[in-house]
Design a protein around this ligand. Structure first.
Ligand SMILES: Nc1ncnc2c1ncn2[C@@H]1O[C@H](COP(=O)(O)OP(=O)(O)O)[C@@H](O)[C@H]1O
Ligand SMILES: [Mg+2]
Length: 361
């Protein structure tokens, strides 16, 4: 049985539905991200789990107990808000000890736990400072320590890294994941940053319009997106319109392009047991397309070429439209703008979705 269950959770603000019947089962010790664009209902969902927002419908069950109506402080959850919400007039140690004081933990025990938790987030020795005397990264650690000090049953993080610069954020991803694993603490992270979600999570729930539209490990969600939305929100993708002209045992035969003219380019795309007919979209990740000698594969011409350090990003005009192609930087410079090239991929690199999925949720 799962440790934390959200069962048909919904939240309406007047006529507006912010969260639309969301169900999720989270295992003990799991790190799960709610990933989606601004306004999709991530914070509202987290606030319902924390107890700060009352659900309009649905249930929250923690370790077998229905906590839907329980007051926030009785839920035993540690929360880190986007703003950190540190108490400016208190020292770091007082901030971190605040939840313990509220829970009437005796002084000696409290001091010990504050010191331990500050060590854990690498702020040992800074307990006497005030938040304003700390860097952004250190403040973020204080907020984390304050949430962890109560030894919460569940850790809830709402865009905790969004105020940090890119380099610090990357370091914190690895470090926070280390702390979470070390403590074995069940964690829900809310973020709009797909790299953040993929770096840290056991599973990612992609949200759109108050619902979960994809749920899986970062790898599965990336490799097998179930909608156009999920495939473009988790990384980049090329979408090529086509139509199914035949269905075989493993694959659909797809005529690429806007019409299924007899001379249209054909492609065999695995259907993975799904039924497809008529208009479809074929999805190809930029890193799955190879640039080869002109004359091999399909014809293309390089429109733009950008160097990004670890890889090159090319835009290549081809018979099936403009394709984005990512090439790892292996020390050689790929063909320049205006150069004719060939493009190749294997059938297994492509994914198939119904064309209407592009317009649905
Ligand atoms: N208290 C509120 N009253 C009215 N609308 C709200 C309230 N809180 C959130 N919303 C709306 O609900 C939607 C989801 O908000 P939120 O959960 O904060 O999204 P996210 O965290 O994914 O950006 C947004 O359109 C937001 O404007
Ligand atoms: Mg939010």
């Amino acid at each position: 049985m799962s440790y934390l269950t959200l069962d048909g959770l919904a939240k309406h603000f007047g006529d507006f539905t912010a969260v639309d019947g969301l169900s999720l089962a989270i295992e003990k010790g799991e790190f799960l991200s709610l990933l989606g664009p601004s306004g999709c209902g991530k914070t509202t969902t987290l606030q319902m789990v924390a107890g700060f927002v009352d659900p309009s419908r649905g249930r929250i069950v923690l370790d077998g107990q229905d906590i839907t109506a329980l007051r926030p402080e009785k839920r035993g959850m540690g929360v880190v808000f986007q703003s950190y919400a540190l108490f400016p007039h208190m020292t770091v140690a007082e901030n971190v000890g605040f939840g313990l004081e509220m829970r009437k933990v005796p002084r000696a025990e409290r001091d010990k736990r504050v010191a331990e938790t500050l060590e854990l987030v690498r702020l040992g020795g800074l307990g006497g400072r005030h938040p304003k005397a700390l860097s952004g990264g250190q403040r973020q650690r204080v907020a984390l320590a304050r949430a962890l000090a109560i030894r919460p049953a569940v850790l809830l993080l709402d865009e905790p890294m969004s105020n940090l610069d890119a380099k610090l954020r990357e370091e914190m991803h690895i470090e926070l994941r280390g702390i979470q694993k070390h403590l074995g603490i069940t964690t829900i992270l809310v973020t709009h940053d797909q790299v953040e979600a993929m770096t840290m999570s056991d599973r990612v729930a992609v949200m759109h319009g108050g619902r979960i539209v994809q749920l899986g490990t970062p790898f599965d969600a990336y490799e097998r997106p179930q909608s156009a939305f999920a495939s473009t929100f988790l990384g980049q993708t090329n979408t090529v319109a086509g139509s199914v002209v035949a269905t075989h045992e493993r694959c659909c035969e797809v005529a690429l392009g806007a019409s299924a003219a007899p001379d249209a380019r054909r492609m065999f795309v695995p259907h993975e047991g799904q039924r497809y007919a008529g208009r479809v979209d074929v999805y190809l990740r930029p890193e799955r397309i190879q640039v080869v000698q002109v004359g091999q594969g399909i014809d293309g011409r390089v429109a733009t070429r950008v160097f990004l350090g670890s890889h090159w990003m090319l835009e290549i005009d081809s018979a099936v439209g403009r394709l984005r192609v990512s090439q790892p930087n292996v020390g050689a410079v790929p063909p320049g703008e205006g150069t004719a090239v060939g493009l190749r991929w294997t059938d297994d690199d492509a994914r198939l979705l119904h064309a209407e999925a592009a317009h649905g949720r």
